[in-house]
Design a protein around this ligand. Structure first.
Ligand code: NDP
Length: 322
């Protein structure tokens, strides 16, 4: 098979298109012929070694395709099933071995590209807005990088729950996309500091929750524009990790809460994974959730996809077609 291989961690140039022996499924695993592979920021962290994985590595944390072989003891899926998965490395390839516990069936009304695009970011947006902090009617919510893959999904799911979205973006095109996804207010945080504007837009009160996947460049500002006893859900670090932080400051700033959630803890239980995926695919099929696949790259051009994602040149979802 062909796959993208990382032999040594580093920049996008370490993503090499190469031939590899076809993998075989072990007990409890299925072999999937990959049709589409989603590109995510976590793939960058894996490639850089910020989240270390054994080398050589076939990166890629989500995909969709057809089961072509199953290992011993597999009961939930069979050859020919249409499936999708996330949080298992190896999807930047023509074939991927996936534990059956990570696989979900893709309904007939959802194509592979949408399924691959929905899994990792969709499940994350689901748990952030339903479990980490369950958004309620009338909540005021700050969403950073609102035109990104996560941002567009968060915005739509918050609106479905009746929240008011204040989004941040860095370009005019991104502002338009965020508004189309339902953002009530959009702040150009590349031009002016966002905390003052958030305070003004909330009548001085501050927001009820911040969803922050940007990290280093936004976290200090988050602290300045949330109401007392509110929550910062710091779910990523697109601009770099937040430096060490003195917890005592949370007291003076208003008895604030900070959490650093990660998807694996919100889908570890198989029923929870299936329930969240069921909601997502239902919303997609019913038209309540629009997945914006904005950039497609052939598998061999994964390097360009990473360069664009890290260069802030992308919006919505990036897909590798296999
Ligand atoms: P995005 O499509 O959101 O791309 C990142 C965006 O962040 C950029 O487009 C840019 O938007 C903004 N950004 C601000 N500063 C920088 C910078 N210095 N370098 C690059 N981008 C910057 O990516 P994803 O949707 O894939 O991921 C968003 C975040 O969500 C990531 O941090 C990722 O790790 C996290 N994540 C966390 C999960 C979890 O369970 N914890 C699961 C899934 C994703 P703009 O130009 O508008 O500022």
């Amino acid at each position: 098979m062909h796959a993208i291989v990382v032999d040594a961690t580093g920049g996008p140039e370490v993503l090499t298109y190469a031939e590899r022996p076809d993998p075989r499924p072990g007990p409890g695993q299925a072999l999937v012929k990959v049709a589409a592979s989603g590109v995510n920021f976590i793939d960058v962290y894996h490639r850089e070694g910020r989240y270390p994985l054994p080398l050589p590595l076939v990166p890629g944390s989500e995909g969709a395709g057809v089961v072509v072989e199953v290992g011993d003891g597999v009961t939930h899926v069979a050859v020919g099933d249409r499936v999708a998965w996330c949080s298992v490395p190896g999807s930047y390839a023509e074939l991927a071995v996936v534990p059956e516990r990570a696989l979900v069936h893709v309904p007939s009304g959802v194509d592979f590209e949408l399924a691959a695009a929905a899994m990792l970011q969709g499940l994350t947006a689901h748990y952030l807005t339903r479990s980490t902090y369950a958004v309620r009617e009338g909540d005021q919510v700050l969403v950073h990088a609102a035109a990104g893959g996560m941002g567009l999904l968060l915005t739509q799911l918050i609106k479905l729950q009746g929240g008011r979205v204040i989004g941040t973006v860095s370009t005019e095109e991104k502002e338009k996309l965020a508004r189309e996804a339902g953002a009530d207010e959009v702040i150009r945080y590349d031009r002016t500091p966002f905390p003052e504007q958030v305070k003004e837009l909330t009548g001085g009160r501050g927001v009820d929750v911040v969803y922050d996947g940007v990290g280093a460049s936004t976290f200090e500002g988050d602290l300045q524009c949330i109401r007392p006893r509110a929550l910062i859900a710091l779910f990523g670090a697109a601009s770099g990790p937040v430096p060490p932080f003195d917890l005592q400051r949370l007291s003076g700033l208003g008895s604030l809460f900070v959490t650093r959630p990660t998807l694996s803890h919100y889908v570890a239980d198989r029923d929870e994974l299936l329930g969240r995926a069921h909601d997502l695919f239902g919303w997609i099929a019913g038209g309540q959730l629009r997945i914006q696949v904005s950039q497609r790259y052939p598998l061999a051009e994964a390097r360009r996809a990473h360069e664009d994602l890290e260069g802030r040149r992308t919006t919505g979802k990036l897909i590798l077609t296999v």
